[in-house]
Design a protein around this ligand. Structure first.
Ligand SMILES: N[C@@H](CCC(=O)N[C@@H](CS)C(=O)NCC(=O)O)C(=O)O
Length: 207
């Protein structure tokens, strides 16, 4: 059994999609924004940064419970545990790693800062907004280019890279003035991936 700690954000949806696509049994522990539990010693033992999402898998690799935090690490852990969502072909597998990294290290953090600078900051930080938006667009351009050549980010099959990227396109990217409208290949892929029952269930869990 997997205990899944989340709040309603794209990072939580990423893990929810992976769990649903893999058909794993899990229990949801949903926290509200500002919930003091995330700063409790009990939760800090699960996620030392006091952030979400995190999982505790009662059946870890050695049969003992294991705790995993960081949505990318959780996705990789669950894909390796089940032997699914990462292509067996080494080239396609490498592409899955590349685009999982583009989303985790460039698209998501820049859009998280854009959320702060446009919706939360009390002083004028438009220069910082310009920087993070242009960085997010560089990631979107790379993803769009890739999806112009292949149906899914890893190539011919749906993979972990798609599961981790879909929620960003459905939420944070929509805050940009044009969303992903300038990116026709992303739009095509979004319709395709959005039809998957596992993706629909994962998105619905934290809406
Ligand atoms: N890189 C981390 C980001 C985690 C993160 O920033 N989580 C946010 C929600 S999206 C959070 O826990 N916010 C509450 C807080 O910072 O106290 C991941 O991918 O899991």
């Amino acid at each position: 059994m997997i205990d899944f700690y989340l709040i309603r954000t794209a990072n939580g949806q990423k893990v929810a999609i992976v769990l649903e696509e893999l058909g794993l049994a899990y229990r949801v522990h949903e926290l509200k924004s500002g919930d003091p539990f995330k700063d409790s010693p009990e939760y800090r033992a699960i996620h030392p940064q006091g952030k979400l999402p995190a999982i505790v898998d009662t059946e870890g690799p050695d049969g003992k419970p294991i705790t995993v935090f960081q949505s990318l690490a959780i996705g990789l852990y669950l894909a390796e545990k089940t032997g699914r969502l990462l292509p067996t072909d080494p080239r396609a597998r490498t592409e899955a790693y590349i685009y999982a990294a583009v989303t985790a290290t460039d698209l998501t953090p820049n859009l998280a800062v854009q959320y702060f600078t446009t919706l939360r900051a009390k002083s004028d930080v438009s220069e910082a907004t310009g920087f993070v938006v242009s960085e997010a667009k560089r990631a979107l351009h790379a993803i769009d280019l890739r999806l112009g050549a292949v149906p899914y980010l890893a190539g011919s099959e749906f993979s972990l890279a798609d599961a981790l990227t879909f929620p960003l396109m459905a939420t944070s990217v929509q805050r940009l003035p044009d969303g992903f409208r300038p990116y026709a290949n992303i739009a095509r892929w979004f319709d395709l991936v959005g039809q998957r029952p596992g993706v629909k269930r994962g998105m619905a869990i934290s809406r």
